[in-house]
Design a protein around this ligand. Sequence first.
Ligand code: NAD
Ligand code: DAU
Length: 379
Amino acid sequence: MKTYLVTGAAGFIGANYLKYILAKHNDIKVVVLDTLTYAGNLGTIASDIDSERCFFIKGDICDYSLADRLFGEYKFDYVVNFAAESHVDRSIENPQLFLTTNILGTQNLLDAARRAWVTGKDEYGYPTWRKGVRYHQVSTDEVYGSLGTEGFFTEETPLCPHSPYSASKTSADLVVMAYHDTYKMPISITRCSNNYGPYHFPEKLIPLIIKNILEGKKLPVYGDGSNVRDWLYVEDHCKAIDLVVRLGKEGEVYNVGGHNEKTNLEIVKLTISTIHRLMSENPNYRSLLKKKEKDANGEISINWIDESLILFVKDRLGHDQRYAIDPTKITDALGWYPETKFEVGIVKTIEWYLANQTWVEEVTSGDYQKYYEKMYGSR
Ligand code: NAD
Ligand code: DAU
């Protein structure tokens, strides 16, 4: 029986990972630590918390005494750190919060793990570690910076972050590696490309576009929409982390990507046409539209759901042009590959949002409106 500390599991990827490992492994216990920022929603994981196999603690990864208490009480074998401030646009507005959570929070968890897991010293003075423990850091391809039209990020690509968010994630990775090099701490790191799928907070591109279409709003595309991201279905990312935590080599970095490069404009156009198609095939979905104009058949009209909704807006400062991952290492070492084709994943994702509008309303009922107006105005 392994006991996990999973931080940030009330957020997008952490929640998907929690559901995935609870379903996959019968013999595990999981403690979730999450401070429930605007991006964390307890409702997302409420059905997973049972006080037998899965426990929830509301708290900050930067809290020193809480971390010590949890390590003392639960004797963790694995720490998987998802908790972070994750949105690039917000990091441009408030860099300090990103540095505090993403760097100092990581270092606080590493230190708590060190206090709990070190068993003694070897003949050279290096700490010795409890057998079978692992600290895993969930990182991002953004640490490598931006690519031109050619090439891919490998694990050897020099780190070259540009935004306050990616600089904070890079710093955290360096601290994690420093604990490995200095204390021989058993760590691993995964660096993943853009995820999409259920429970994605609607400040990020794909869920924001879906939400805006349902509300009949314009679809903001930064700059000329030519920036490229490598989209990965979130469950495939969760599978990769599960493999690396259990079977990945200590001290190693693994890149995780979807082999699925798309420009932002392609993503937005595909989302528009998919919603249009789903609503043609299943007119019941049309009741979710805020605009209730009728078409010639007396059905709620979807004639306006087309590319004229796209609005090119001011570009993001320091906007990275292209990300693309070479995942050869994790494929060769652990047999992982991105199983979900984008054409399938995007339909599953849109159908999930159409079926889960209550969740969208729940997570956007707080400060979301204020944030949206500040970023995009009232369009
Ligand atoms: P998210 O913003 O949806 O969720 C973050 C979670 O962390 C939330 O539940 C939030 O409440 C929690 N949190 C924030 N600050 C905390 C603190 N101080 N203490 C405890 N909990 C705190 O993020 P996400 O998109 O699920 O990303 C998860 C991780 O994966 C992040 O580390 C991110 O950098 C990384 N990542 C994300 C993507 C992506 O496409 N979303 C891709 C690669 C890597
Ligand atoms: O690459 C991995 C990263 O992917 C993660 O580390 C981050 O945590 C995650 O948020 C994501 O970062 P991006 O900045 O790439 O994701 P976002 O959804 O914010 O933007 C995707 C692209 O779409 C990006 O080029 C900016 C653009 N965009 C975004 C929004 C919100 C728009 O054109 N319009 C928008 O309204």
